[in-house]
Each structure stands twice: as structure tokens, then as C-alpha cells.
Design a binder for this molecule. Structure first.
Ligand SMILES: NC(=O)c1ccc[n+]([C@@H]2O[C@H](COP(=O)([O-])OP(=O)(O)OC[C@H]3O[C@@H](n4cnc5c(N)ncnc54)[C@H](OP(=O)(O)O)[C@@H]3O)[C@@H](O)[C@H]2O)c1
Length: 260
């Protein structure tokens, strides 16, 4: 029997979030969608009509938004939290704005940690529940120009692993899903140009959402999208000198696009 979800999905109005929401709705009895853009959230909720959808509009770095999500989830039987909201920055680290670095770590790491913490009591009431954190290949494979983003996503991977082990004797599974480059608004024109020059494989958000739904139905602790990317992540763990040399050779091309 296919599982039924009562889900909280952050970043729902974004590229990957919307594609996930459109698929998740068929298996859901409740969707609580979270984002900052009210118009896009309401538009998405209208499109998903047929399943009860609640919209929470707010910045996830603001504790009031976390409280609003917790209040919406209370007594709702929530059994799935997808921490998908995120921001990216492709920038020379030395000249990256310190406030932008803080904001990036706050959005991509601290906010999902605190939302997870706030929802654990509700998730713990369900017979089986999941927290799925959306990471990135760059969280396992450091890439020039993404030092702050990579740090946040590596932190999210560490958080997912530690919490999964902490909750191993409970009904809450904590899992980690890492897309590779995907065509969404998160990527600046400079990233798009770099990807074109390096011939980087880019997925559509729809393909990522398909892979996410397969992951959701399974039990793997973590998944990285893309066979080549999974290979490089493994190589980076076992023989980090090899990707290090390969990236060193691409540095001239990367620097050409790197804002500083
Ligand atoms: N696209 C890629 O190449 C790629 C690759 C690997 C991993 N990822 C990860 O996939 C996830 C989804 O990204 P995407 O590509 O779909 O990007 P996107 O289209 O820009 O969507 C990101 C969403 O996150 C929301 N968000 C950002 N900061 C927020 C905050 N402080 N509070 C509330 N919501 C916030 C945005 O809300 P607003 O609509 O209000 O801006 C937006 O809806 C991210 O975690 C990203 O790091 C993406």
C-alpha cells in the first residue's frame, strides 16, 4: 500500500519545491506549504486544490515563521517534513559580504535545524514519520566559489546523519537528499554560464522531483542525484586528491565567471 502523507514542505514555491508539491499532493491528505512569496504560494495552493493545503508565508529565519508552522502542524497528524528552502551564492569567498555569509548559513542550516526541532514532538506522534533534508552535491564535494554554500550543505548532511542516529530507536527517520545542478532561479546568470562552459549536467526540477518521490518511497538514509555525481562524491571520500587535481585544472575557467 502506498504511504499517505501529511506534510510540511518548505521552499514550496521555488523550482524544486513546486515540482515536489505537484507530485506529493497525490499521496497526501494534508500539505502545509511554506515560502516567502504569498502570491506564488497561494497560486500553488489553488493549483493543488482537491487536497487540503495550508499556506504559511514568512521567512524561515524568523522564529515567528517557525511558530506559525508549528501551530499549523499541531494536531494535524503531520508525518513528513521536507526542509527544501534554500539560497545559494557563487562568490569569491575573500570578498563575500559577511552578512550574506551569515544569512546563507542561517537559511540553509540553522533554519532547517530549528524547524526540525520544533516539529519533532508532532512528528513523534505519528506511527511513522520522516524528516527529509534537501542538501546538495556541493555539501559532499567542495567546489570553488561555493565555500559558504558548501559549508552550509555539508553541515546539513552532518546534522541529518547525527539526528538520524540519535532518533534510531524512535519512529522518526531522518534522511538526506542531494540534487546536482538543477535549472531553477537559485542559480545566478554566472552559475548558468559556468555550467555551460564546463558542460555540467543540469536536471529539470521535474526530474529531481521524480527522483525525490522514489527516494521518499524507499528507506535509504541518503541519496545523491546522478550516477556521475555519486561516483565523484565517493571518489572525493576515498581519494580526495583526484577531484582536487581535476578542479585545480578547471580553476581558470571557474575564476572567469566568479563574482568578486
Ligand atoms: N537548483 C540547483 O541547482 C540545486 C542543486 C542542489 C541543491 N539544491 C537545493 O534545492 C533546494 C531548492 O532549491 P531550488 O533550486 O528549487 O531553488 P529556488 O527555486 O530558488 O527555491 C528556493 C525556495 O526557498 C525559499 N526560501 C529561501 N530562503 C527562504 C527563507 N529564508 N524563508 C523561507 N523560504 C525561503 C524561496 O522562497 P521565495 O520564493 O520566497 O524566494 C524559494 O521558494 C535548495 O535547498 C537548494 O539548495 C538546488
Amino acid at each position: 500500500m502506498t504511504a499517505r502523507y501529511r506534510a510540511v514542505l518548505t521552499g514550496a514555491a521555488g523550482g524544486i519545491g513546486t515540482a515536489i508539491a505537484r507530485r506529493l499532493v497525490a499521496q497526501s491528505d494534508l500539505l502545509i506549504i511554506v515560502g516567502r512569496d504569498r502570491e506564488r504560494l497561494v497560486g500553488l495552493a489553488r493549483e493543488l486544490a482537491g487536497t487540503p493545503v495550508q499556506t504559511i508565508c514568512g521567512d524561515l529565519c524568523d522564529p515567528r515563521t517557525v511558530l506559525a508552522v508549528t501551530a499549523a502542524a499541531r494536531d494535524s497528524g503531520v508525518n513528513l517534513l521536507v526542509n527544501n528552502a534554500g539560497v545559494s551564492a557563487f562568490h569569491a569567498f575573500e570578498t563575500q559580504d559577511p552578512m550574506a555569509i551569515r544569512q546563507l548559513i542561517d537559511t540553509n542550516l540553522v533554519a532547517p535545524m530549528l524547524l526540525t526541532r520544533a516539529l519533532l514532538p508532532q512528528l513523534g506522534l505519528a506511527p511513522a514519520a520522516q524528516v527529509i533534508n534537501i542538501g546538495s552535491v556541493f555539501g559532499s564535494l567542495g567546489f570553488p566559489g561555493f565555500a559558504a554554500y558548501g559549508a552550509a550543505k555539508a553541515g546539513l548532511a552532518g546534522f541529518s546523519q547525527s539526528l538520524r542516529r540519535e532518533l534510531a530507536d524512535t519512529t522518526i527517520a531522518v534522511r538526506h537528499f542531494s540534487p546536482r545542478a538543477t535549472r531553477t532561479a537559485i542559480n545566478s546568470a554566472a552559475v548558468d554560464a559556468l555550467n555551460r562552459e564546463l558542460g555540467t549536467t543540469e536536471d529539470t526540477p521535474e526530474a529531481v522531483a521524480e527522483a525525490f518521490m522514489r527516494f521518499l518511497a524507499g528507506t535509504a538514509a541518503q541519496h545523491t542525484v546522478g550516477t556521475k555525481e555519486r561516483f565523484f562524491v565517493l571518489l572525493n571520500k576515498l581519494l580526495p586528491g583526484l577531484p582536487e587535481n581535476a578542479l585545480r585544472k578547471q580553476l581558470v575557467q571557474i575564476r572567469k565567471h566568479l563574482p568578486h
